[in-house]
Design a binder for this molecule. Structure first.
Ligand code: SAM
Length: 195
C-alpha cells in the first residue's frame, strides 16, 4: 500500500478508536500528523539513520521514522503489549517497510539494558513515569551529536518535569521545547559526561 495512504488510514483509525475506547490500554495514543511531519524534518536534517523508539503502539510513529531514514538505516522499536505488537508488525508489512524495522517486544526498562549500539536519535513515547528509570541507558545509547525527542512534553508537562529538569541541568545537553503536536522536548548531546 502507498505510504501516504497507510499513514492517513492509521491516523484516522487511531483518532476514531481513541475517541470511543475507554480502556486506556486499548487506545493507540499515536503522535499527531504534524508531529510525524516534524519528526521527518528532524530525521532528514540530522541525517539520522539509526533510531531507537520506546513505545511502538500500532506502529504509526515508527512508520513516519522508518520512511524518513536512508535505505540502510534502521528503527529499533520497543513495545510490551502483545496485541499492539501484532498490529504494528502487520502495519509495517502493509507499508512495505518491515525490512528497516527491528521490533523488540518487552518492557523497555529491561530491553534497553541488552542494547549496545549507538543511536542518532531516541524517540520516547511510552510510560512517562519510567523515563527516569531508563535515563542511564538512554544516555549510554545516545551517540555524541545525537538527539532525544520526547513526546507529550506540553500535554503532560508535570509528569515529565523531573525528566526534563534533569536533561536541562546537564552541561553536555542543549534542550528545547517545541510546540508541535502534544509538545516535543528535544535534548541534543554535545559530548560524553566526564565520570
Ligand atoms: C503513546 S503509545 C505510543 C504511540 C506510538 N509512538 C505512535 O505514535 O504511534 C505508548 C505505547 O508504549 C507502550 N509502553 C508503555 N510503557 C512501556 C514500557 N515501559 N515498555 C514498553 N512499551 C511500553 C504502550 O503499550 C503503548 O502502546
Amino acid at each position: 500500500m502507498d505510504l501516504d495512504h497507510i499513514l492517513n488510514e492509521l491516523e484516522q483509525k487511531g483518532l476514531r478508536n481513541d475517541e470511543t475506547q475507554s480502556d486506556k490500554s486499548l487506545k493507540y495514543l499515536n503522535i499527531t500528523k504534524d508531529t510525524g511531519e516534524f519528526l521527518r524534518v528532524i530525521v532528514l536534517a540530522t541525517r539520522s539513520s539509526k533510531i531507537l523508539e520506546v513505545g511502538t503502539s500500532n506502529g504509526y510513529s515508527t512508520i513516519w521514522l522508518a520512511s524518513s531514514i536512508p535505505i540502510e538505516g534502521t528503527v529499533t522499536t520497543i513495545e510490551y503489549s502483545e496485541r499492539k505488537a501484532e498490529e504494528a508488525l502487520s502495519n509495517f508489512k502493509k507499508a512495505d517497510i518491515a525490512n528497516k524495522i527491528v521490533f523488540l517486544k518487552g518492557y523497555a526498562q529491561a530491553v534497553l539494558k541488552n542494547l549496545s549500539d549507538q543511536y542518532d536519535l531516541i524517540f520516547l513515547d511510552a510510560d512517562r513515569s519510567k523515563y527516569m528509570d531508563m535515563m542511564q541507558d538512554i544516555l549510554r545509547l545516545l551517540k555524541i551529536g545525537g538527539l532525544i525527542v520526547c513526546d507529550n512534553a506540553i500535554s503532560h508537562e508535570s509528569e515529565l518535569a523531573e525528566f526534563t529538569a534533569y536533561l536541562r541541568s546537564k552541561q553536555n545537553f542543549s534542550t528545547s521545547l517545541v510546540p508541535v503536536g502534544k509538545g516535543e522536548f528535544l535534548a541534543y548531546k554535545s559530548y560524553n559526561e566526564q565520570v
